[in-house]
Design a protein around this ligand. Structure first.
Ligand code: SF4
Length: 451
């Protein structure tokens, strides 16, 4: 079959300031479909200046669309367009799975793939080709008349056994993400997360069992991105790259054994860093430049409600250990936990300034569908437009802080952090030179933030 896979465009502030990365989930599915003999086209509207050309839809037998919460309205526009042309639309991604009823009710989407689609999507296409009963496909949700049918969970892929993502289907030169000015490509080395942070849907979507690729498999992909595609920087974008220190050390040793001139960044939990100084040293020696840490809050009670108890004191140690090894720290903070007052938020901002990580990102607590937080706050949600679920807007009635004050504190957090020292101001000015800060874009950005 001819399959068109579409990644919807970014929305709001992210179109102004966001960096773009290839959609790895779609590229993995594309690889599985190609292996099953299908002809696949991937269109990433993050990087295209215009809307989807109907020509591409007409050329396809099936249209697959991925989406998260923020981009679902754009994803549904594409689904409507494809359905109007008479093509079956298959959706995947966390938001469609957890809001299946709302999406299928529109009549534009044929079915939704639950969880990872690498094995389910090829099976579904076989079913569509043979015009068999959808109920026979495990891992999907669809409508049968007025009834919603959810089949048993589909097979969970072993990432070790999957084909490498089909990077050849995209023009990788169009993506803006870089590390120290060097263009980078993402690499996924594991799936699943044993954590259960209340604001995150990762463990509901991928499952709590951590499934990792062997160092050999990861190194084989690095060989490909380094030699075939010419990348000199990669981002290990899986949630738990450093869950097994032995595996990280083996990957780092493999990079060094190849004498690759490679820089990289990865996500990590604070506890994985602080308990493994040897691993941090090996990472630094093999080109690790930045580690993203979910620091979240200065407030112990907030950390507890997020499922990150015992993190408080370890955070400063983790930041110190990384920086002593020459690795920059990207700290991520969430403002406006349910128990917090404006004063508590100010304490988190002060903590970010004191920790002095190299980069900081502040987000407003957001109840994404599929998370324990969403279930808890469902009745308090007042902003129903999904495009506002960008962690820059308060979408629920907060028990202690009003909406405008929290958004003001978000801006204050950025101003305080990026004006904390002369060096920080200079770094920010350098960053500004790489961005389009035209009046029109800034006004659009301000509008997106406050309306
Ligand atoms: S925030 Fe990170 S550690 Fe927590 S559940 Fe999500 S992926 Fe796992």
């Amino acid at each position: 079959m001819n399959v068109l896979l579409v990644n919807p465009p970014s929305t709001g502030v992210f179109t102004t300031f966001g960096v773009s990365l290839p959609p790895m989930g779609l590229l993995y599915i594309a690889a599985s479909l190609e292996q099953a003999g299908h002809k696949v086209q991937v269109i990433d509207l993050q990087c295209e200046p215009s809307d989807l050309d109907p020509f591409h839809i007409k050329a396809a037998d099936v249209v697959g669309i991925t989406s998260d919460t923020t981009r679902i309205e754009k994803a549904m526009e594409i689904a409507r367009q494809a359905a109007a042309i008479g093509r079956p639309v298959v959706m995947g991604g966390p938001h469609p799975q957890f809001m299946a009823e709302e999406i299928l009710r529109t009549g534009h989407v044929h079915c939704i793939v639950k969880g990872e689609g690498d094995l389910t999507f090829p099976r579904l296409l076989q079913n569509l080709e043979r015009r068999e009963d959808l109920a026979e496909v495990e891992g999907i949700i669809f409508r049968d008349g007025k009834k919603l049918v959810e089949t048993a969970n589909g097979p969970v892929p072993d990432p070790e056994l999957l084909s490498l993502p089909a990077r050849h289907l995209l023009d990788l030169g169009k993506y803006s993400a870089s590390l120290n000015g060097i263009p980078l490509t993402p690499v996924v080395t594991s799936r699943g997360c044993p954590g259960a942070c209340s604001f995150c849907s990762s463990s509901s979507f991928f499952g709590r069992r951590w499934r990792s690729r062997s160092p050999e498999s990861v190194l084989a992909e690095l060989d490909e991105v380094y030699n075939r595609y010419g990348f000199r920087a990669v981002a290990f974008v899986d949630d738990n790259f450093s869950l097994s220190p032995e595996r990280v050390i083996a990957i780092a040793d493999g990079i060094r054994a190849r004498s690759y001139d490679l820089q990289w960044w990865n996500f990590s939990r604070v506890d994985n860093i602080v308990g493994n100084p040897q691993m941090v040293q090996a990472m630094a020696q093999a080109g690790s430049k930045t580690v993203f840490l979910g620091i979240e809050s200065a407030d112990d009670e907030s950390l507890k409600t997020l499922g990150k108890e015992n993190q408080g004191e370890a955070t400063a140690k983790a930041v110190k250990l990384l920086q002593e090894n020459g690795i920059e720290v990207f700290g991520s903070y969430i403002l406006g936990h349910l128990n917090e007052t404006a004063k508590d938020v100010e304490r988190t901002i002060q903590m970010a300034v004191d920790l002095n990580t190299n980069i900081a990102q502040f987000s407003i607590l957001t109840p994404y569908p599929g998370t324990p937080l969403y279930r808890e706050l469902k009745e308090r949600i007042f902003l129903k437009r999904w495009k506002f679920y960008d962690a820059l807007h308060l979408v629920f009635r907060h028990p202690r802080i009003n909406r405008h004050l929290l958004q003001f504190l978000l801006i204050k957090a950025y101003l305080r952090f990026y004006r904390r020292s002369k060096k920080a101001k200079d770094d920010f000015r350098d960053y500004g030179k790489t961005q389009d800060f035209s009046l029109k874009r800034m006004l659009t950005c301000a509008y997106d933030l406050f309306f």
